[in-house]
Design a protein around this ligand. Structure first.
Ligand code: AMP
Length: 280
C-alpha cells in the first residue's frame, strides 16, 4: 500500500493510474478504523481497480471542540488495518494541506440538513460537504463508498454531487454491527466498560421500535424509547425520529405506503452515538 500526505504526490500517482485506464474507488474516513470501514474498502475493491482511503479528522464538521479533541487518532494502526484489508492507497493529509485558506463554503441542502443531525449539530453537514467536495476534487474517484450508519450523511453527499454536477457514483454500504447489535463506530472505543454495556440498549430499542411502529404507530414507539432510556443512568436522548427514507421528512403517522426509517442519537456519558433502522 502506498501512503501519501501531499495532494501533489497523490494526484501524480492517480493521474498515471487513470491514464492506464484504471477505475478509482474512494473511501473517506476519520480513522480509528474498524471492520465497518474495512467493509467499505472491500466493496470498493470489488467494484474498482484501485482503492484510495483517506484518514482525516475533519475539524470543520465538529460543532463541539471537546468532541474534536477527544476523537480517537490511531494512524499507525489504521495503516496496518488498511494494508491487511488490501487497500492500495492511504491518503493521510494534514489540516493545512486540506485547508490552506480558512474559506467558509456554504451549501444549500434544503430540508436535508435542517433535521436530525443537522438540527442537533449546527454546521456539521456544511463541514462534511466542504471536506467531501475537497476530497472529491483531489482524488477524482469514479465511485465513493459511504456507510449507511450515517444515513443522513449519505443523502447529503448524494445531494452534494448533484450540486457539483459531478459524475461520481455514491455507493451506500450496509451497517456492520457488534455481536450485540451495536453499530460499529470509532466512538465506541471511548466508552467505559459500563457504558459499552449500556450501549447495547440502542440496537435493542431500535428492533423494538421497528416492531411497534407498524402495529401501534410512531407515537407509541417514541414513548417506549423515551421511557426505556429515562430509566437508565448516564443516558441522554437527542432524538428518536421516524422519517421518509428518500426525503428525511419527519413522519408523525406510519401508513406503510411510504418507506420509513427510524433514526436515533443519544449520549452515553460524554459519547454521542447514532443508529438507524429501516421499517418494513
Ligand atoms: P467515520 O470514520 O466514522 O467518518 O466513517 C467513515 C465511513 O465509514 C463513513 O462512510 C461511515 O458511514 C462508515 N462507517 C462507519 N461505521 C460503519 C459501520 N458500522 N458499518 C458500515 N460503515 C460504517
Amino acid at each position: 500500500m502506498l501512503i501519501f500526505t501531499k495532494i501533489h504526490d497523490l494526484r501524480a500517482f492517480l493521474n498515471t493510474a487513470r491514464n492506464k485506464g484504471q477505475s478509482i474507488g474512494f473511501v473517506p474516513t476519520m480513522g480509528a478504523l474498524h471492520r465497518g470501514h474495512i467493509s467499505l474498502i472491500e466493496q470498493s475493491k470489488k467494484k474498482c481497480d484501485l482503492t484510495v482511503c483517506s484518514v482525516f479528522v475533519n475539524p470543520t464538521q465538529f460543532n463541539d471542540k471537546k468532541d474534536l479533541e477527544r476523537y480517537p487518532r490511531t494512524p499507525q494502526k489504521d495503516a496496518e488495518i488498511l494494508e491487511n484489508g488490501g487497500c492500495n492507497v492511504l491518503f493521510l493529509p494534514s489540516v493545512a494541506e486540506i485547508y490552506p485558506k480558512a474559506d467558509v463554503v456554504s451549501f444549500d441542502f434544503g430540508n436535508l440538513d435542517k433535521v436530525l443531525e443537522g438540527k442537533y449539530r449546527e454546521g456539521h453537514f456544511n463541514g462534511v460537504a466542504q471536506v467531501v467536495k475537497r476530497f472529491f476534487e483531489i482524488v477524482g474517484p469514479d465511485k465513493a463508498f459511504f456507510g449507511s450508519k450515517d444515513y443522513q450523511q449519505v443523502m447529503i453527499v448524494k445531494k452534494l454531487v448533484k450540486l457539483m454536477r459531478s459524475e461520481i457514483e455514491i455507493v451506500p454500504c450496509p451497517v456492520l454491527r457488534e455481536p450485540d447489535g451495536l453499530a460499529m463506530s470509532s466512538r465506541n472505543t471511548l466508552l467505559t466498560d459500563e457504558e459499552r454495556k449500556t450501549a447495547s440498549v440502542i440496537p435493542r430499542l431500535m428492533q423494538m421500535a421497528s416492531q411497534i411502529i407498524p402495529e401501534k404507530g410512531i407515537n407509541v414507539a417514541k414513548s417506549v424509547v423515551e421511557q426505556e432510556l429515562a430509566a437508565l443512568q448516564n443516558v441522554r436522548l437527542d432524538y428518536f425520529e421516524v422519517c421518509n427514507v428518500n426525503t428525511l421528512e419527519l413522519l408523525e403517522k406510519y401508513t406503510g405506503d411510504e418507506k420509513a426509517i427510524a433514526l436515533i442519537a443519544l449520549f452515553i456519558g460524554k459519547i454521542r452515538l447514532i443508529d438507524n433502522l429501516e421499517i418494513n
